[in-house]
Design a protein around this ligand. Structure first.
Ligand SMILES: NC(=O)c1ccc[n+]([C@@H]2O[C@H](COP(=O)([O-])OP(=O)(O)OC[C@H]3O[C@@H](n4cnc5c(N)ncnc54)[C@H](OP(=O)(O)O)[C@@H]3O)[C@@H](O)[C@H]2O)c1
Length: 289
């Protein structure tokens, strides 16, 4: 059961830095609410969501593995969440629970504000075809991307995402990740987005980069969704290639800022949240050494 006005559920949840930067935002604005992490076993999700209807609760964030599981227990699902098939924010509106997905919005806002790139009319190469890749592709389609290439270990999943783009009238091709160079990627792209979990701390292969420096065009922005570590193997390769880069912290903070604005109905102090997120990550990295 929830016992704070705001929080985040996941399983496990200890890794999440959302409590750090959300609490920093609340404290900065003098809002007397707690934002707590809740480790909720998959069997307990229905009960936990039911407890959000209490009038002391504003809402929660939802992270892995509950983003799809919470959906049947909500009263309303917004358009972005329905399209993504996943909810990362729940708002309690007088006992009615509304599900949102702010990941795509956070991805785009980070791209535009932290890297200064508007994807309208641009070409993008997406690495990965899992949950985050789906959200990124949908966000780029909404933003008017001109052309997509999707590279994934499992080709069929890349093909399904490419089809989604094609159906919206945006030319898209699917490529096998480990055959990027030989299999149709000509280096012609303005943006490369890593949506695989390669390079992620405690992920499938911490040391691996989905692309080598020699494959990265120096003019393309390399955007890694992985934020732990902050300097990922892909970002190192991009630096060697001389390409501009953007790490995943910025998206994490902007998706959280959008959640904050849905709950509190006031502007989120983004720079306070960014500073708190960066210092939380630096502490984690120092502890891991
Ligand atoms: N910055 C942010 O706010 C933010 C938001 C969301 C996610 N993320 C990060 O994005 C990453 C992906 O998240 P997700 O939710 O999309 O995960 P997911 O749905 O599990 O998808 C994982 C992706 O990684 C690929 N992959 C996994 N292991 C691989 C390996 N050994 N070799 C090659 N490819 C491999 C998978 O390929 P297959 O299809 O072949 O299995 C799939 O494309 C995570 O690191 C997550 O932390 C960051």
């Amino acid at each position: 059961m929830i016992n704070s006005p705001l929080g985040i559920i996941g399983y496990p949840i200890g890794h999440s830095i959302s409590p750090r930067f959300q609490q920093a935002a609340l404290d900065h604005l003098g809002v007397d609410h707690g934002y707590q992490p809740y480790e909720v076993h998959p069997d307990r999700v229905a009960d936990f969501v039911a407890s959000l209807r209490d009038d002391t609760v504003l809402g929660i964030n939802v992270t892995v593995p509950h983003k799809e599981a919470v959906m049947p227990f909500l009263d309303e699902i917004d358009e972005w969440a329905a399209e993504a098939g996943a909810v990362n924010t729940i708002v309690n509106r007088d006992g009615r629970l509304v599900g949102y997905n702010t990941d795509g919005y956070g991805f785009l806002r980070a791209l535009r504000e932290s890297a200064g790139l508007d994807p309208a009319g641009k070409r993008a190469l997406i690495l990965g075809a899992g949950g985050s890749a789906r959200g990124v592709v949908q966000a780029l389609l909404r933003a008017g991307v001109a052309e997509l290439a999707i590279a994934n270990r499992t080709l069929e999943r890349a093909q399904a995402l490419a089809e989604l783009a094609d159906n919206r009238g945006v030319p898209a091709r699917a490529i096998e990740l480990n055959a990027l160079q030989s299999d149709g990627f000509d280096g012609q792209t303005d943006l490369i987005v890593n949506c695989t979990s390669l390079g992620m701390h405690h992920g499938p292969d911490e040391a691996a980069s989905p692309m080598a420096a020699s494959q990265i065009p120096p003019a393309a922005l390399v955007y890694d969704l992985v934020y732990n570590p902050m300097l990922t193997p892909l970002l190192r390769e991009a630096h060697s290639a001389g390409a501009p880069t953007l790490g995943g912290i910025s998206m994490l903070v902007y998706q959280g800022a959008a959640s904050f604005e849905l709950w509190l109905e006031r502007p989120a102090p983004v720079s306070v949240m960014m500073d708190a997120a960066m210092s939380a990550m630096r502490e984690r990295e120092a502890q891991a050494q």
